[in-house]
Design a protein around this ligand. Structure first.
Ligand code: SF4
Length: 330
């Protein structure tokens, strides 16, 4: 299958004071039509910065132009001018965020904001634009769409606002949708409804979906392929079934062990000890080593190689010289 988007060695750096920090490091992946790739990890691992780098909407400064390659329709998006990129952003690649208020303007009605998208991106005006706005609300399951067009964002519930943001993102029929924690701010029932909606629209329209989440439950429901990120790097990359049947990286295993499931009682959850290091203080060697139950001397310095058996894992435990450590830990 030909990918819709090919990302090769994407690296983004931030200049803070006199220092430069890598916030996305050497990421490579493909997005395919009708398929979902999940980027998973705790907050502060670089997932959202990856999405913003792909869309080229990170403010510069402090960000420096991203390096690597992002191929879409035979063009490397990282080398396009801002005006060329504007024609792709919103039209061919759209993004939805955790907080719909960041995308919706509180002083304009829902209708005015949807009509603006139709005018700006599709050059459709007047009643035709209004009809498109009404249809967009119908497509995302908003009841009485004619009435909602006259509402302001604050008059809608969180779930409805999220639906409006999805409607707005999908009005131009993008080929790629990036959803950054789209349900985190919603309560559990509404979360499930919004995920169902995204999946339904994705299937109907054949969109490629890049889903950013910290929630393994959402990954299980939605993803075909998964990249686990830790401290700006991909540490494990696998087909969703392979990841759930035999995760290999100790960080991924920690994410699974700390995840509440129906069978697990509260006291059985094992949170990963420690916290994600701040960007300015990434440890030497494997960045996970201060938190890792398997840490070895070799992990504390140098570059950790990536190994690929069933799938890619960046961890010394899969080097033949150290794999006995895994057996030792049972
Ligand atoms: Fe743990 Fe070492 Fe693997 Fe890092 S490289 S995850 S510290 S075993």
């Amino acid at each position: 299958m030909t990918p819709v988007l090919e990302v090769r060695n994407l690296t983004t750096r931030l200049a803070i004071g006199t220092a430069i920090y890598r916030v996305v490091e050497d990421l490579s992946f493909n997005l395919y039509r009708g398929k979902t790739l999940a980027l998973v990890g705790e907050s502060g691992c670089g997932k959202s910065l990856t999405a913003l780098s792909l869309m080229r909407i990170l403010p510069q400064p402090p960000a420096l132009p991203s390096e690597g390659e992002v191929w879409y329709q035979q063009q490397n998006l990282l080398t396009l001018s801002e005006s060329q990129m504007r024609a792709i952003r919103g039209m061919r690649m759209a993004m939805i965020f955790q907080d719909p208020t960041s995308a919706l303007n509180p002083v304009y009605t829902i209708g005015a904001q949807l009509v603006e998208v139709a005018e700006l991106h599709l050059a459709i005006y007047g009643n035709e634009a209004l009809e498109l706005a009404r249809q967009a609300l119908t497509d995302v399951g908003i009841p009485s769409p004619e009435d909602r067009l006259n509402d302001y964002p604050h008059q809608l519930s969180g779930g409805m606002r999220q639906r409006v943001m999805i409607a707005m993102a999908l009005m131009c029929q993008p080929e790629i949708l990036i959803a950054d924690e789209p349900t985190t701010a919603l309560d559990v029932t509404v979360q499930a409804q919004v995920l169902d909606l995204i999946r339904k629209l994705q299937q109907e329209r054949g969109m490629a979906l890049l889903l950013i989440t910290h929630d393994m439950g959402v990954v299980a429901e939605m993803a075909d392929e998964v990249i686990v990120m830790y401290a700006s790097q991909a540490v494990e990359q696998a087909d969703v079934r392979a990841l759930f049947s035999h995760s290999r990286h100790p960080y991924t295993q920690g994410l699974f062990a700390s995840r509440p499931t129906i069978e697990q009682k509260r006291g059985q959850l094992k949170p990963i000890k420690g916290t994600v290091p701040p960007l300015t203080r990434y440890p030497e060697g494997c960045r996970f080593h201060p938190r890792c139950p398997y840490v070895m001397e070799v992990c504390r310095s140098g570059v950790v190689p990536e190994f690929e058996e069933t799938h890619k894992t960046k961890c010394w435990l899969y080097h033949p010289d150290y794999s006995k450590e895994l057996a030792h830990h049972g």
